[in-house]
Design a protein around this ligand. Structure first.
Ligand code: GLU
Length: 299
């Protein structure tokens, strides 16, 4: 291959993205994420993309999306257009899901949230804790994974609603060797070993939404050529799932930077309903974009 056509990591422009869900308004935590992505892109001669993670069409609205553009514009950020909206790319996520189904790595999951809760409660009533994921949610019971093929087919044929879940044990086996990701954030750094087993059989698509966050985030990061994922520390452990899905779907792996979180007065992570730290209320109180940079510790 002639040298000038050879792909070179040195010549590749870094690509950053801020990927909010328009299901609420932006707060100081989002501002830190957006500003970091934007500033790093600028410092490194890279590109800054914005992505609307609006898979959940029941909670995401055009008004909230517009408010995000307004807040980011007010902060002084500029991003490339058009903005990728996940709701316009369901085919991409379906194709990825189909690959996992064809490889025998995904199974239809019929249990509702309520049924799962009942199973977990009944089990814990006997005095043993049900295993939980790093976010504290109970792992999905094995019932659907272990369901005999004929029964599974009959349930699907009857039109019963179901999600698709990853057969985690099998996926880890197929992925082969241990997986790592490159971390350069505010906590542990270096080559981090991915431990996706901690999450159990994660959801890939829901009965009421055609994809899951985990599946669409890895598909989009690959399709948009993202080289650097800069996001909150709350997604540090979930990166293990993303690394595994990248491996299974032959997707390139970006580098990761998980940044500190901005906590509320109660010491907890900010939520989207947090009025006092919402960017629009701070703006109407007369705060300036520089005040926001100061408040999130960037000035
Ligand atoms: N949409 C996610 C959120 O708003 C961010 C996902 C990501 O940066 O990977 O928390």
């Amino acid at each position: 291959m002639a040298e000038e056509t050879m792909p070179s990591p040195i010549r590749q422009k870094p690509v950053y993205r801020f990927a909010p869900s328009p299901n609420g308004s932006l707060h100081l935590g989002h501002a830190l994420s957006a500003l970091l992505n934007h500033d790093m892109a600028l410092e490194n001669g890279g590109r800054f993309l914005l992505r609307m993670e609006d898979i959940d069409q029941t909670r995401c609205t055009p008004e909230l999306e517009q408010a995000i553009y307004d807040d980011l514009g007010w902060l002084g950020l500029e991003w490339e257009r058009p903005v990728r909206r996940q709701s316009e790319h369901f085919d991409d996520y379906h194709a990825a899901l189909d690959r996992l189904i064809e490889a025998g790595l995904a199974y239809p999951a019929f249990l509702s949230r309520g049924e799962t809760k009942t199973i977990v409660r009944a089990f814990e009533a006997q005095g043993t804790a049900w295993p939980r994921d790093p976010d504290g949610a109970p792992l999905y019971p094995a019932i659907d994974r272990q369901r005999p093929q004929a029964e599974r087919a009959a349930m699907q044929a009857s039109g019963r609603q179901h999600a698709w879940r990853l057969d985690m044990e099998k996926a880890i086996r197929i992925a082969g060797s241990k997986l790592f990701w490159r971390e350069n954030g505010d906590g542990q750094t270096g080559e981090i070993e991915a431990l996706p087993a901690l999450w159990g059989d994660v959801v890939l698509s829901r009965s009421d939404a055609p994809s899951s966050y985990h599946l669409s985030v890895v598909v989009d990061d690959a399709l948009q050529g993202i080289t650097h994922v800069v996001r909150g520390m709350d997604l540090f452990h979930a990166t293990a799932i993303h690394r595994l899905l990248q491996q299974l779907l032959d997707l390139p792996q970006p580098g990761y930077h998980h940044h500190r979180l901005i906590l509320g007065a109660d010491g907890r992570k900010l939520s989207k309903s947090e009025g006092s730290t919402g960017l629009s209320s701070l703006r109407s109180e007369g705060k300036t974009p520089s005040d926001i940079r100061r408040l999130v510790g960037l000035l």
